[in-house]
Design a protein around this ligand. Structure first.
Ligand code: HXC
Length: 510
């Protein structure tokens, strides 16, 4: 018995050293943690339960039978984050560059199957060189097995990818089908084909960072939902995110029982809206004063910043926030903002997370760049996402709600459950200047007449009351009572029961 125990210990020690101390040192010298260190930092202390530690590849080509390393480049298992279960895999760059073999893929698919069956989130830490070149089509098949499971799990369990080193070729598409992708600045990059292939095919010269670093994917491509300074920060932020998410689409949102009271009016909100309607203010201030402890987890903060998306808690329960940001492009809806918010709304709807929407939007962005870029379809994505969502929807119009953007932003007509407006709301087809110049075109040369028409238009339409008279706004509320109104509204809607007609799936404009 003693010998067997010793053998187990030895085998475990061999597996834990992965590609060897020299490669671990290189990993550290690049400012990166090892796969095991990442898992240990992410999970609760001592909570990791590993699977398949002794799995090895079965490749016999190119001398591979001589080089077998237990674990085969990926570490898989499950554990807890603040006591809640989560499945986790981490690519081990010290073993064949973390490349994916048939056996490596089977470890991941086993984990995916378990996560789906046991209804808990799955998070992957990427640091890998793509398909194991020596395995050829066996590796390609392995990838597709992983992809298929990503697709089946989508909308059932949260799937999160964190890119912490190279992520190229076949490794990019699994993250792309997960709910969120996060990156580590300067040490991670993500692309389908690397700088050398790009040079050969298109004659462009780019570095890995310029092609697919965090700086690109969090600003230009919108592939990544956020980026962090280093591995430890990324892992701790992932714990924070997991704390906010339900385990699956049949679990309740998580609830914590410690939060500040809701019935303390915040008088500073009465002063947020500037006197001049063209002056911006920071909508994040309104979000932070609505949620518990001002604790906001923002998604895609540096992409399409004219719309803000993220998670917070109200009375200890997770809520998704979507808000036009007057500080950026006056909060206008363009293609990027529409796509960003549509995906966020759909994530919340998949997982039963109520949505609170703050509206201050002058409309959709005009121009050839937007129209040629497909604004109609992208705008329709957000419209579609809000319209199909059956989770509780609370909407607060703080200032402008003009034109089609009024409809899109979780209006009453798209089954908004509680639609509130601040007294400063202006709900109209368009602003006064544009409206008067169209309906009183013949008076455009006469400043007195235009001024009189403008005043009349402003008095009639630039308020919440025309909409409130029709019941499109349930109530005009005092800004200082916003947190309380949102909290009591969400309490009311906790047992909301709404389903859409049966369909195989919808056909959202892509
Ligand atoms: C087998 C690999 C490998 C791979 C790296 N290694 N990538 N082994 N298959 N795909 C091995 C290296 O041989 C090396 O082994 C060790 O991992 C570390 O790699 P280095 O190159 O020394 O590291 P570094 O200089 O940091 O460069 C990392 C890298 C580079 C940029 C990721 O290794 C690289 O370009 N790899 C190949 C990337 C690639 O083209 N992958 C295939 C994509 S095609 P030793 O023993 O020397 O230390 C693909 C198609 C799937 O994925 C499509 C499905 C849809």
């Amino acid at each position: 018995m003693k010998d067997v125990l010793l053998e187990l210990q030895e085998r475990r020690a061999e597996a834990k050293i992965g590609g060897g101390q020299k490669r671990i040192d290189v990993q550290h010298s690049r400012g990166k943690l090892t796969a095991r260190e990442r898992i240990a930092t992410f999970l609760d202390d001592g909570a990791f339960e590993e699977f398949d530690m002794f799995v090895q590849h079965r490749c016999t080509d190119f001398g591979m039978e001589e080089t077998k390393i237990p674990g085969d480049g990926v570490i898989t298992g499950w554990g807890t984050v603040n006591g809640r279960k989560v499945f986790v895999f981490a690519k081990d760059f010290t073993v064949f560059g973390g490349s994916l073999s048939e056996a490596h893929a089977a470890k991941i698919t086993k984990l995916q199957d378990m996560a789906l069956r046991n209804r808990a989130p799955i998070i992957g830490f990427y640091d890998a060189g793509g398909a194991r070149i020596q395995e050829g089509v066996a590796a390609l098949g392995g990838y597709a097995e992983v992809f298929q499971r990503n697709i089946l799990a989508s909308g059932v369990i949260p799937q999160i990818s964190v890119i912490m080193g190279p992520c190229a070729g076949g490794d990019v598409y699994s993250p792309a089908m997960t709910d969120f992708i996060f990156m580590v600045r300067d040490t991670s990059y993500m692309f389908v084909t690397g700088p050398d292939v790009v040079k050969t095919v298109t004659n462009e010269t780019v570095t890995a960072e310029q092609l697919g670093g965090a700086s690109i994917h969090t600003t230009k491509s919108s592939i990544a939902d956020g980026a962090y300074e280093n591995d430890v920060e990324a892992l701790l932020q992932m714990r924070r995110l997991i704390d906010l998410l339900p385990l699956s689409n049949t679990s309740e949102v998580p609830e914590i029982d410690n939060f500040q009271p809701i019935d303390v009016p915040d008088k500073s909100l009465d002063l947020v809206i500037p006197d001049n309607a063209n002056k911006p203010y920071d909508i994040k201030e309104v979000i932070l004063k609505t949620i518990d402890e001002g604790d906001f987890f923002e998604i895609q903060a540096t992409f399409a910043a004219n719309i803000v998306c993220g998670f917070g808690r109200v009375e200890g329960r997770t809520v998704g926030f979507v808000a036009n940001q007057p500080m950026v492009l006056a909060g206008v809806l363009d293609s990027d903002a529409s796509r960003k918010a549509a995906r966020f709304v759909r994530f919340c709807d998949c997982f039963g997370i109520p949505i609170v929407t703050f509206v201050d939007v002058p409309g959709f962005l005009p121009g050839t760049a937007q129209e040629y870029g497909g604004l109609i379809k992208h705008g329709a994505k957000l419209l579609f996402a809000y319209g199909e969502a059956t989770v509780p929807k609370v909407t607060i119009i703080t200032r402008k709600a003009y034109g089609g953007a009024y409809d899109v932003m979780a209006s009453k007509h798209l089954r908004g459950d509680l639609n509130y407006a601040w007294p400063s709301a202006e709900i109209a087809v368009m602003g006064a200047k544009g409206a008067v110049e169209i309906i009183h075109r013949k008076d455009v040369g006469d400043p007195d007449k235009i001024a009189a028409h403008t005043k009349k238009y402003e008095e009639r339409f630039l308020s919440p009351f025309v909409a409130a008279e029709r019941g499109y706004i349930d109530e005009v509320i005092m800004p200082h009572s916003t947190r309380k109104r949102v909290a009591t509204g969400l309490r009311l809607l906790r047992e909301k029961n709404l389903t859409n007609p049966w369909k195989k799936h919808d056909n959202i404009p892509l």
